[in-house]
Each structure stands twice: as structure tokens, then as C-alpha cells.
Design a protein around this ligand. Structure first.
Ligand code: ADP
Ligand code: 5GP
Length: 239
């Protein structure tokens, strides 16, 4: 009998507007056997979002029913408003299909998953500074001013959790970030594969190592400062 597949679970968190959806979409195009866990949420669809694609959009009573039925691996109220949750069935499906699972969840959800699945790999995406985050939120043109301000305030709190993550990715140049994110996913698969690595594979692991928390700490301070003192431009070139 074959050994059942134990999916690698990748958690990705980021302040809203950092570019997480953009990066995740690019990642899913080029990495095989990686399933995106579509979350349930009580928030309304934005822009061109459709039910069952970015999220399952459900009512609050429906969400609460799912909580009572213990259908969630984790769930949280985000921005002190709407519920978001990861259904357990996605983990079971990934297991059955021999695939790994990618969770795009907030810092509260990430903490719950890290407790339940200690082997999960966590990645935190940061914008280069606060000003850039605000520009990206405005450029996306999906939220009104009040919502943008709420997201910026939330970001200030969220980024303080960066050190609970295994990897930190500063999303400055999009192409570089895509390459790094792909590197992290592939590196973890290689490292857990338990076989000797070729020199090309070794390069992937080294690339991913650039994003390990211990290796980016120095570059984080000015980014964190730009959120702590928003009057500043946060002006650094993080490269
Ligand atoms: P999130 O999913 O984190 O809320 P999005 O992926 O929606 O963020 O990105 C927010 C906006 O920023 C989008 O308009 C996206 O095209 C843009 N964006 C994402 N990454 C970059 C980048 N590296 N450089 C410039 N713009 C970016
Ligand atoms: P948005 O409204 O911008 O799509 O998402 C807001 C926040 O909710 C993001 O930080 C996103 O990662 C988070 N989120 C999305 N799905 C889930 C989920 O299933 N669980 C948790 N805890 N957070 C989620």
C-alpha cells in the first residue's frame, strides 16, 4: 500500500495591498501540485471577484453555522468586522489529491494554523514602506478612502507580527518577488524530500535562504519605522 501524501501547508500573510494576491496568482501559474485554499468570508465581493474563485461569499448566519459544525481549520474576524475562515475539507482534499496547500490568511489565522500544524511553512509579505502600501491600495481602486485608512491602520498592527513567520518577502520589484516566492516553495519541498540535492537545487535553497527571518532582520527596521512614524516617507531602497 502506498504511503498517504502528507501535504506541505504554506501560509502566506501580508497587510492588505502588499501584493499578496498578485504574487500568489503568479506562483500558482508556475508551481505544480499546489492547491489554493479558497476561504469563506462574510465580506462583500470586491471589483471583479466572483463566488468560488477568490472566496466563497456567504452570509453571517451561514458562517456561524459552519463554526458550530466545526467545519473550519481556523477562522478569524478581520479588521474587527468580517469573518474569514479556512475549511478543513481543503486539507483533506489536498491529502487525497497528493498536492500541497497554500493558505492566504491573516496573522490571527496563521497563529491558529501554526498551533494545529507545527510543520506549516509561513511566509510574511511586506511592502517596501508605508507610502508604497498606500499607493498600491489607491492604485487598486477597489476601496473607498475610509476602507483604505482602516487597512493602513490594520497594517501597522499586522506587521508587528512579522517575527512569527519563517520567511519574510519584501515585495519591491514584482519579478524578483515572484522568483523568491517560487524559490521558497520549491526549497521547502526539496529540503523535506530528504535526498541529496543537485547543484541547481542547492541554488534554489540558497535563494530561499535570503528570505529567512534571520537573514532579513537588518532590512526590516526602516520598513517597520515607516509604519510606526507614518509622517516619514519611509524612504529607503530596501535592496
Ligand atoms: P493584496 O492581495 O496584498 O491585498 P494586491 O495583489 O491586490 O494586494 O496588490 C495591490 C496592488 O498593488 C495591485 O494593484 C497590484 O497590481 C499592485 N502590486 C502588487 N505587487 C506590486 C509590485 N511589486 N510593484 C508594484 N505594484 C504592485
Ligand atoms: P481581503 O478582504 O483583502 O481579501 O482580505 C483581508 C484579510 O483577510 C487578508 O489579510 C487575508 O489574508 C485574510 N484572510 C483571507 N482569508 C482568510 C481566512 O480564511 N482566514 C483568515 N484568518 N484570514 C483570511
Amino acid at each position: 500500500m502506498s504511503v498517504p501524501h502528507k501535504p506541505l501547508v504554506y501560509i502566506i500573510s501580508a497587510p492588505s495591498g502588499s501584493g499578496k494576491s498578485t504574487l500568489v496568482n503568479e506562483l500558482l501559474k508556475t508551481v505544480s501540485d499546489l492547491e489554493f485554499s479558497i476561504s469563506y468570508t462574510t465580506r462583500a465581493p470586491r471589483g471583479s471577484e466572483t463566488n468560488g474563485r477568490q472566496y466563497y461569499f456567504i452570509s453571517r448566519p451561514e458562517f456561524e453555522k459552519m463554526i458550530h459544525e466545526d467545519q473550519f481549520l481556523e477562522y478569524a474576524r478581520v479588521f474587527e468586522k468580517d469573518y474569514y475562515g479556512t475549511a478543513r475539507r481543503f486539507l483533506h482534499e489536498a491529502e487525497r489529491n497528493g498536492r500541497d496547500l497554500l493558505l492566504d490568511i491573516d496573522v490571527q489565522g496563521a497563529a491558529q494554523i501554526q498551533q494545529k500544524l507545527p510543520g506549516a511553512i509561513s511566509i510574511f509579505i511586506l511592502p517596501p514602506n508605508r507610502k508604497t502600501l498606500e499607493e498600491r491600495l489607491r492604485k487598486r481602486s477597489e476601496d473607498c478612502d475610509e476602507v483604505i485608512q482602516r487597512r493602513l491602520t490594520a497594517a501597522t498592527h499586522e506587521i508587528e507580527n512579522y517575527d512569527r513567520y519563517n520567511y519574510i518577502l519584501i515585495n519591491d520589484q514584482l519579478e524578483d518577488s515572484i522568483e523568491l516566492l517560487r524559490g521558497v516553495v520549491r526549497s521547502e519541498r526539496l529540503l523535506r524530500g530528504g535526498r541529496p540535492l543537485s547543484s541547481d537545487e542547492d541554488k534554489i535553497v540558497k535563494l530561499a535562504d535570503c528570505c529567512r527571518l534571520a537573514n532579513v532582520r537588518e532590512r526590516l527596521k526602516p520598513i517597520l519605522d515607516s509604519f510606526r512614524t507614518p509622517g516619514d516617507s519611509g524612504g529607503i531602497d530596501p535592496r
